[in-house]
Design a protein. Structure first.
Length: 163
């Protein structure tokens, strides 16, 4: 048993929606914050790439984010409003695409036993007790949560809503 096709469809839609939210963002504004600690486009995309690394470990894929990205984009990282501290938006998006390309196909063949296994990360297990619970959240809820933050960032930047 693999991840359900409806969950996979939602994953693909979520990624597409995120990508549409990134269109039209000026690379020079990728780290712009409209208030302290507001997640900006650079951090959001880098964070989602790091998340794909975690998802990769859960499904046995081989994606690894670039050296230092865990510290820059992981949970508890400090948001910086200095564009020079972050890779270009095109680099961030390309890296996220690598993670998605590594994780996506494995989701379609993961076994029921693997999905039912206990979440190996103890802290995450408190919220998502099984690998299946965690994967479903990571590929859908987590992406859309950060896409919502990106939508707010776009509106604060005077960009129009997408729908």
């Amino acid at each position: 048993m693999a991840i359900d096709s409806t969950v996979m469809h939602s994953f693909q839609f979520s990624v597409g929606y995120l990508k549409s939210m990134l269109e039209g963002i000026d690379n020079d504004q990728r780290a712009k914050q409209f208030f302290p600690e507001m997640n900006h486009p650079a951090w959001i995309v880098g964070h989602l790439a790091v998340t794909m690394e975690f998802a990769s470990t859960l499904v046995g894929a081989s994606y690894k984010s670039p050296e230092g990205w865990g510290e820059l984009f992981g949970m508890g990282s400090t948001l910086l409003d200095d564009t020079s501290k972050y890779p270009d938006l095109s680099v961030l998006i390309a890296e996220l695409d690598k993670g998605i390309a590594a994780v996506g196909p494995t989701l379609e063949s993961i076994s029921a036993e693997a999905l039912a296994a206990e979440m190996p990360d103890e802290g995450f297990r408190k919220m998502m007790p099984t690998v299946g619970d965690g994967l479903t959240f990571l590929i859908n809820g987590h992406i859309t949560m950060h896409t919502g933050q990106l939508s707010t960032w776009r509106r604060a930047n005077g960009m129009p809503p997408l729908f």
